[in-house]
Ligand binder design. Sequence first.
Ligand SMILES: Cc1cc2nc3c(=O)[nH]c(=O)nc-3n(C[C@H](O)[C@H](O)[C@H](O)COP(=O)(O)OP(=O)(O)OC[C@H]3O[C@@H](n4cnc5c(N)ncnc54)[C@H](O)[C@@H]3O)c2cc1C
Ligand code: SF4
Length: 483
Amino acid sequence: MGDPSGFLKHTSRELPVRRPVPLRLLDWNEVYEEFSSDTLKTQASRCMDCGIPFCHNGCPLGNLIPEWNDLVYKDRWHDGIERLHATNNFPEFTGRLCPAPCEASCVLGINQDPVTIKQVEVELIDRAFDEGWVKPVHPTRSTGKKVAVVGSGPAGLAAAQQLTRAGHMVTVFERADRIGGLLRYGIPEFKMEKRHIDRRLDQMNSEGTVFKTGVNVGVDITADALREQFDAVVLAGGATEARDLPIPGRELDGIHQAMEFLPIANRVQLGDLEEPTITAEGKKVVIIGGGDTGADCLGTSHRQGAESVHQFEIMPRPPETRAEHTPWPTYPLMYRVASAHEEGGERLFSVNTERFVGADGKVTALKAHEVEMKSGRFEKVEGSDFELEADLVLLAMGFVGPEKPGLLTDLGVDLNERGNVARSAKWATNVDGVFVAGDMGRGQSLIVWAIAEGRSAAAAVDAYLEGESALPSPIATTTAPQR
Ligand SMILES: Cc1cc2nc3c(=O)[nH]c(=O)nc-3n(C[C@H](O)[C@H](O)[C@H](O)COP(=O)(O)OP(=O)(O)OC[C@H]3O[C@@H](n4cnc5c(N)ncnc54)[C@H](O)[C@@H]3O)c2cc1C
Ligand code: SF4
């Protein structure tokens, strides 16, 4: 290690400062201030040569965290990005958006604040782009084999980049008009500016990956044609079927799924629309769902000028510190304050919505009550009923899995008991030559898992086509979910 006693000298963990709330609500840019490279080096020096770096395990990609912490501390940024790119195709996405399970498993975190791993990751890749170090990596040979990747979220992009670099001819099909999946149209600009996707796509285009947007596979090209035209197929279509709330009044106007609301706001930022066609401006907004998607709706509503915003969560408020049943090195259940929560609004926990109330076909309020968990079931707290005015309700209750009609039924792929595409330990479906990666097989998850699965599926596809593969597979086949 560059400084074996760094963690003793620098006991406090530092993170970038978020811009003042009134200022950041005036724009859609990312919320963080710049982080100086001197501070970053000091933070990196807290990585303490712990012997068994549990962070490797905490990170689904197996990122070589202590190595690049050390290289940053020694000012060897170019070597640092090489080590980071060895395990992660897109650190600019994870460095901004990952919930950082690595930090939860950092050995220093047992009795001090953990190393700011995620910040080192994002600073490394941002510096690499600024310095012009992120160059196309051209394949050294061509196999002549053709691979189709369906879906251009992080799983599809990671699989495509790995397979292109292995010498295959890769075409990514995306039904939307732009590449990126949820990175593009789900996640708001204030969490990740879309320019980060575009500059990575420049690299992928130069490497030879072919992108076809506006192609709904299963409709614009049949499942049979896809299998005929390509030697292998990677399904990376995500878990796009949103969970609904089928309670009385659901048919009223003004009640929308989060993924009806967020893409429109993103399209305004992309210059496709002058004004959002669903907007929180001047409205009393209620968001049902207390997770990340709900927080994205919250930040978006405030930037659009909502009159008030309430966010409902059916689960109880988590503890302020690590819950006992999630000890180190597991990812802790605890109360978290995302940047959007700092910006206003009221968070209500242990709340169940009973019905929507409306007038003239439009939602005007909702009726709800408190719940408590008894023997593993939610039960109503008698006498806790309340009514809350609302003229925009956003449903952010997660996703139940991939859409079945069309591509998946036409291909005849088996589903698992959770309704996701079933896969073997080698990322294969029951249909010969058809593989799956990301949320489509895993169910609603995280970007870091999507990239890890995309890389692992690429190694499996390469082995299927060539008999063996030198591509890395971060998720061991023995621990992959079984078909
Ligand atoms: C609002 C929101 C915010 C989130 N924030 C975070 C976060 O901060 N951090 C984090 O780690 N995770 C976050 N997630 C989760 C994360 O975005 C997903 O886990 C991840 O994007 C999954 O990647 P994927 O490649 O499997 O699928 P997706 O990103 O869903 O991409 C799938 C793509 O496939 C395309 N597609 C589907 N079917 C077809 C077809 N038949 N033909 C052609 N194209 C098709 C879809 O249009 C889509 O573009 C968030 C999710 C949401 C909804
Ligand atoms: S990808 Fe996520 S878990 Fe892995 S090092 Fe980066 S922040 Fe940590």
